[in-house]
Write a protein that binds this ligand. Sequence first.
Ligand code: SF4
Length: 136
Amino acid sequence: MVIGQQRNLLALAQNFAHFFAHESCGFCTPCRVGSKLLSQYLDKLAAGHATCIDMELALQVCNTASLYSHCGLGKSIGNPLLSLQQYFPQLMAQCLQPDSYTPQFDLDAALFEARRITQRDDAAAHLANDYRHAHS
Ligand code: SF4
């Protein structure tokens, strides 16, 4: 592949991760589960919610898939992320949040529809800030 300088490398790696998750035949766990985990991780990274802990876990998934997958596809699923980490560490560092952990999605926002249906919007119908910080 020839990749222009203007290309968003993170989006490219995200695209590869989705491709591998879709193409995994599911025969072996490191590839079947690992490709899905990496896909979710790159989604989180692209959304600006990933932290260094997420990155460590993702790199473990890359190593496990590389060592224990049955065929070449599974052994390759970590390559896009590993290449980004190896050749563009400053880009990766810019994408990571300084917090120890941030959730992949906003649970309080996800409860919007439930609040609308129940016609509740009082404080008890929202996740408290101290709950969010206790789990971050
Ligand atoms: S590594 Fe190969 S055999 Fe294993 S799940 Fe992936 S595609 Fe299937």
